[in-house]
Design a protein around this ligand. Structure first.
Ligand SMILES: [Ca+2]
Length: 420
């Protein structure tokens, strides 16, 4: 048993207080009564009614899965994205603009040379990272970041060749190419998205934000701007001819879906193959959406919750013809970050569940999904830290990044009699 493992805290489904909680009730931990909603705080917009039963406040459900948490690495500065390399090591982005490799024993590399300059103000910085589907042959890695141009900025998708450490020479990025730039650029330090995914055809998807300011927010509904959109492009940067708006005059050909606010979590459903995303709401209104080609997800015309200032959002309506309903929403918000559908062998009872990181919520939400609906919710690591990303490792363990100055890479492993 390693020292790290001994130092870890046995957490039987969060029934034992985690370090940092000091015995205080964990924020957002909920009442933990089977069948009752896990959320007990009042909604910000109590007059709003869900579009269907079960669209919000799913009942608490637990599988009584016992797990331990292991701090794999610490001292990471606001880690943002995580990708597993074929050898089990991990690429980790740090928001201020650094990319590092974390070894399986937790050793953190020096910053990898070659990362472009990023605009790290506000919510900007170096954001997601993903391996190219052909990584084993081409060593290409993809990443998103906020790019400054004068007093404006926007999200950028780039790729580069990862040259691994050899003969004492540290790892580096070579041949960095910007593949796509969000347009128009705006003067805002907020809502850059973003997550990178590849579909089975090898197309690359990027989830984006609308940059928060009014000038961007209203373009979430406009097809001539890449604000508040999910885009889909070919890996060489060209436009797939089967995208929904390729033939529409004045529309950007890269748009796959629109009416989004700020999507920082996205995952493929393991059975249906559908794209699931989680969008940040304002005060209330975090949404889980199943994204379909060409559809409008409503922001800012329809939304649950209210403005930060307390006013209603636009007309305060939550439904409109031609606009999609989220399959689930949170009010109050958890501030969703990264997400993954669990498919591993380490936690058989969690298979098919959607795990979502909460920044403001300071927990990992475990959503029980049945027939494209959320039917149960549990909050893991409640109160521990702002959670920035959740991933499944090749070992079937869940890996979590915490959004802190001294950010951590934590993994959840099954508690076995041997480890306790
Ligand atoms: Ca929506």
């Amino acid at each position: 048993m390693s020292a790290r493992r001994i130092a870890s805290v046995l957490s039987f489904v969060g029934l034992v207080a985690m370090p940092g909680c000091q015995g205080r009730p964990a924020q957002g931990a909920g009442p933990r009564v089977e069948g009752r909603p896990v959320e007990t705080q009042p909604p910000n917009a109590p007059y709003q009614k869900p579009a269907f039963d079960g669209q919000t406040r799913a009942p608490y459900q637990t599988e009584n899965v016992a797990f331990t948490t292991e701090v794999m690495a610490s001292g990471l500065s606001h880690p943002w994205g995580l990708a597993f390399l074929p050898d089990g090591k991990m690429l980790v982005t740090e928001k201020p603009g650094r990319l590092r490799i974390v070894a399986t024993n937790g050793t953190v590399s020096a910053p990898i040379a070659g990362v472009p300059e990023v605009d790290a103000r506000g919510q900007g910085g170096l954001l997601d990272v993903a391996l190219d589907p052909g990584f084993a042959d081409n060593q290409l890695v993809w990443f998103t970041y906020a790019e400054r141009e004068g007093d404006r900025n926007g999200t950028v998708l780039a790729r580069a060749t990862l040259v691994r450490e050899e003969e004492g020479r540290p790892a580096r990025l070579d041949d960095v190419k910007v593949i796509w730039r969000q347009r128009p650029k705006l003067d805002s330090t907020m809502h850059f998205g973003s997550r990178i995914l590849f579909d089975p055809k090898g197309k690359v998807f990027v989830t984006l934000g609308e940059r928060s300011i009014d000038a961007g927010r209203h373009q979430a509904q406009k097809l001539d701007a890449a604000l508040g959109k999910i885009i889909r492009i070919n890996r060489d940067g060209s436009m797939p001819q089967d995208n929904p708006f390729v033939q529409l005059h004045g529309a950007l050909p890269e748009i796959w879906s629109y009416g989004h606010r700020n999507i920082q979590a996205a995952a493929w459903h393991p059975d249906t193959g559908a794209l699931w995303v989680i969008d940040h709401g304002a005060r209330g209104g975090d949404e889980v959406n199943i994204v379909e080609r060409g559809k409008n997800y409503g922001w800012p015309v329809i939304s649950y919750g209210i403005e930060y200032a307390g006013d209603k959002i636009e007309e305060g309506i939550t439904q409109k013809e031609g606009m999609e309903q989220p399959i689930y929403y949170w009010d109050p918000v958890i501030a969703p970050s990264g997400a993954v559908f669990y498919t591993g062998d380490a936690f058989p009872k969690w298979r098919g569940n959607l795990f979502v990181g909460g920044l403001a919520g300071k927990h990992v939400a475990r959503l029980v999904v049945e027939d494209d609906r959320v039917v149960g919710e549990e909050r893991l690591l409640a109160g521990r830290a702002r959670i920035r990303d959740v991933r499944q490792g090749p070992d079937g363990f869940l890996y979590v990044l915490t959004d802190e100055d001294n950010g951590q890479l934590i993994r959840l492993v099954p508690a076995s009699p041997r480890s306790s």
